[in-house]
Structures are given as structure tokens and as C-alpha cells.
Ligand binder design. Structure first.
Ligand SMILES: [Zn+2]
Ligand SMILES: [Zn+2]
Ligand SMILES: [Zn+2]
Ligand SMILES: [Zn+2]
Length: 249
């Protein structure tokens, strides 16, 4: 008898569906004449170019997200520990932590628990271990609760802190944005506004003494939001909000 590995079993359903479909396709193809076959080839070329187009779109989407912009409306997004949200158009992205539970509270007071939830225009798909357990019509949903393990939250904070880690622009020591001593300076030496991180106020002062910005710009002493002499690359230039924005929730 044929042995079936666990891995094969996991892949079963998808392969079953696909093999049924391709048998169907084979059957259809044998019924076609030459002219029809040419048409089929045209269709598969169209599919190819659609795939390329979709790939291009998702690269664009990623780039937009990297720049902190909404992939749908290009407005500035807000980034939280596990979610990125566009307040402007309602777009949101969510990355599920390892031990998360999602609780879908229904209008009748009952609740469904699953590992993950996917949204379609009409339904919420309640998924656990890659299986859609429930399809829940949106109109019966009261609210959705994300139950995150403390451990996941701690790990995510550490990960973000590592990603945000930079180098002191003066002494080259690594600096974390979360550190209280960390200082930031926005200044334009050329046409672009730039951001410099420092491990301490001493390094910041030393840097500013060494590299005075041109007198008419006077970046060190004035608010970037009131300056029109350089091209802005950072929306948020106040030190306090700079620290708060992504770490205090
Ligand atoms: Zn948007
Ligand atoms: Zn330093
Ligand atoms: Zn400036
Ligand atoms: Zn400026």
C-alpha cells in the first residue's frame, strides 16, 4: 500500500482541486479545433501579462508601505505594533503574531474564536490551522477582538526597536530610537532635508559645531515645518512625537 506522508496530506485538498481542474481543462482542449487553440494561447498570454501586472502592483504597494504611505490613496499611514492603518480611506494591513487569537463577537452575544480572520466584502473568514472554520456574514458581527499574547507584544516591540536602530552620526555607535538619550536633528545641507540620529546631546552638539548649516537656512534653530527652502523627506520633525509615534501605545 502507498504510504502518505503528513506533508502530502497537508497539500492534498489544493492538489485535488487543481488536478480535477486540469483534467477538465485537458478534456476541453481535445475538443477544440486549431482556431480555438490559437484563441486559448492568446488567453494564456493574457493571463501571463496579468500576472506580471499584478506583480508590478504588489511591488508598488510594498514601496508605498515602506515610505509610510497608503497603497490605495497615497496618504500617510499610521503604524502600530501589528497593524498599519490609513485613517483617510480605511485601508489596513495586519500581521498576525504567532500566538494570537481572534475573537469574533456576534450580535447575539456569542463569540467565535480562531487564529486568524480574513475580510471579504460580505463576510469574515475565521481561520484556524489553515482551515476556514467559519464564514461569518458581516451583518451578524458586533466587533472583532484581537487577543495578543504578552510575549508576542514584547517580541514585536524588540523587533521594531532593532529595525529602527541606527548609528550615531557623530561617534558611529549604534543608537536605538527608544533610548531616552537619543537625539535627532533635521537639517538640509543640499536640497533635501536629512535626518541625523545621535546617541547623546554631546554628540549632537559636536556634530552641529562641526557642520554649521548655511546661514540662510539655519536648520538647527528653526522649525522644519516653517521652512520652505528645502525638499521635505520627513513629515514628523518634532523630537517628542518622533519617539512617541511608534512606541507608546
Ligand atoms: Zn488610504
Ligand atoms: Zn554618539
Ligand atoms: Zn531645516
Ligand atoms: Zn529646510
Amino acid at each position: 500500500m502507498l504510504k502518505i506522508t503528513k506533508k502530502q496530506r497537508e497539500r492534498w485538498p489544493r492538489e485535488l482541486i487543481l488536478s480535477e481542474k486540469s483534467e477538465e481543462l485537458e478534456e476541453h482542449l481535445t475538443l477544440l479545433n486549431a482556431e480555438d487553440r490559437a484563441a486559448v494561447e492568446r488567453v494564456s498570454r493574457e493571463v501571463d501579462s496579468k500576472i506580471v501586472e499584478a506583480a508590478r502592483e504588489s511591488v508598488k504597494e510594498l514601496k508605498m508601505l515602506e515610505e509610510g504611505r497608503c497603497p490605495v490613496c497615497s496618504q500617510k499611514t499610521r503604524r502600530f505594533l501589528f497593524s498599519t492603518i490609513c485613517e483617510h480611506c480605511g485601508w489596513s494591513g495586519y500581521s498576525r503574531p504567532l500566538h494570537a487569537k481572534v475573537v469574533i463577537h456576534l450580535r447575539d452575544g456569542s463569540a467565535l474564536i480562531c487564529e486568524d480572520v480574513y475580510h471579504t466584502p460580505d463576510e469574515l473568514m475565521c481561520v484556524t490551522q489553515d482551515v476556514v472554520r467559519y464564514r461569518v456574514p458581516r451583518n451578524v458581527v458586533a466587533y472583532v477582538e484581537f487577543d495578543h499574547a504578552e510575549e508576542d507584544i514584547r517580541q514585536r516591540r524588540e523587533q521594531l526597536a532593532r529595525e529602527e536602530q541606527g548609528q550615531c552620526s557623530w561617534c558611529m555607535k549604534p543608537v536605538a530610537r527608544t533610548n531616552e538619550e537619543t537625539r535627532v536633528t533635521f537639517a538640509a545641507f543640499g536640497i533635501y532635508q536629512e535626518r541625523f540620529l545621535f546617541c547623546s546631546i554631546h554628540c549632537q552638539t559636536a556634530f552641529q559645531k562641526q557642520y554649521p548649516t548655511r546661514i540662510h537656512r539655519d536648520c538647527y534653530h528653526r522649525d522644519c515645518s516653517k521652512c520652505e527652502e528645502c525638499q521635505k523627506r520627513f513629515d514628523d520633525t518634532s523630537y517628542e512625537t518622533f519617539l512617541e509615534e511608534e512606541f507608546v501605545h
